[in-house]
Design a protein around this ligand. Structure first.
Ligand SMILES: [Zn+2]
Length: 345
């Protein structure tokens, strides 16, 4: 697995190797969410640290450095992510700052989705000691838009006076959410969206059933499609889409009861995509996410006034923010679906 990158990243990988001659202090990888940016930069990080790197820039997977890397305890490597991402099952011995462990151990508090200033401060000690292998020190940080303001400022200070021998690899889904001063300190590197055919072939090779639908619903981003296919339940999605296609008050209440245990954030995204399709059909006759509901989308687009549609889209965006902490999932859903039914009435 050590030299694994996704098929649509081959050209980027080769292009990136050219930078190794004169490594920038910081590279900011950007592109759509769900296309495999974090895996890509972790592979690159491993290649930078490897003691017997292959001619194509991939790590050897055999040396001591690669061994530490795959166990997530390389002394010259740090990975900075929001606590919420650290909930993923990790290999033995985590980052070593103990922070993620402490909070995921037993606290009732939801893990943070931000990168906090302590996480940036913790890097200071790491950067002040000499490297263990007399090579590079590598810091991987993603998603960069998760940096809160104090953390952004702390990182900016570090980027302004880069410690020698240290490379920062950042990844971001949306450059417009980063401080311009951070942008200006990084070499930007775009990672492409795969073509539909390429992404589809890959999903099928991973054994994802109904890959085409998942891929379309995730706007063509293959890793997002795979994640949804793994956690999302197609039956639940269909129940919701059936209601959205044929809205009624009675139906809204029934569906809210039936889907109250399904993650709310997923359901809000399904509604957001649906509204996006109605809107885009109304404006331009395009359907991006749910082409199999063309007939229903077209009839809704003809019926709903654009101002109501915009209000519904705004409402769904606002719900997205509270979906993680609803007082009652069922009430949350009832409210959301009744609003939708009213908008279509
Ligand atoms: Zn190696």
């Amino acid at each position: 697995m050590s030299n694994f990158i996704y098929p649509w990243q081959e050209a980027s990988w080769q292009q990136l190797q050219l930078l190794r001659q004169r490594m920038p202090h910081a590279i900011l990888f950007h592109g759509a969410a769900g296309i495999g940016k974090s895996d890509f930069i972790e592979r690159f990080a491993q290649g930078l640290l490897c003691e017997a790197v292959l001619p194509d820039g991939h790590a050897c997977g055999q040396c001591a450095s690669c061994g530490w890397f795959s166990q997530q305890n390389h002394p010259d490597y740090r990975r900075v992510r929001p606590e919420a991402l650290e909930d993923e099952p990790a290999a033995d011995g985590d980052e070593g700052d103990g922070e993620a462990k402490k909070s995921s151990a037993k606290s009732a508090k939801a893990p943070s989705k931000e990168i906090k200033i302590e996480q940036i401060r913790n890097l200071a000690d790491f950067m002040n000691i000499s490297t263990h292998r007399q090579g590079l020190r590598v810091v991987v940080l993603y998603p960069a838009e998760a940096l809160n303001m104090p953390a952004s400022n702390a990182l900016l200070k570090t980027l302004e006076e880069p410690p020698p021998g240290t490379v920062f690899l950042l990844a971001s889904n949306s450059l417009d959410r980063l401080l311009p001063t951070i942008l200006s300190r990084c070499r930007k590197f775009a990672l492409p969206m795969p073509s539909h055919a390429e992404a589809l072939a890959w999903l099928k090779s991973q054994g994802v059933a109904d890959a085409d639908s998942w891929l379309r619903e995730q706007g063509g981003a293959p890793l997002a499609a795979m994640a949804q296919a793994e956690v999302g339940n197609r039956d639940d999605l269909e129940v919701l889409l059936q209601l959205l296609a044929h809205p009624s008050v009675e139906g809204a209440l029934k569906v809210a009861d039936k889907l109250q245990k399904v993650p709310l954030s997923a359901q809000v995204s399904w509604l957001q995509r649906w509204l996006y399709d109605v809107f885009s059909y109304k404006l331009a006759g395009n359907i991006r996410y749910y082409p199999r509901y063309r007939k229903e989308l077209a009839s809704l687009a003809a019926k709903i006034h654009v101002s109501r549609l915009l209000a519904a889209i705004k409402g769904a965006n606002e719900r997205r923010a509270t979906a993680d902490h609803p007082l009652s999932p069922k009430l949350f859903l009832e409210d959301m679906l009744l609003d939708y039914a009213a908008c279509c009435a």
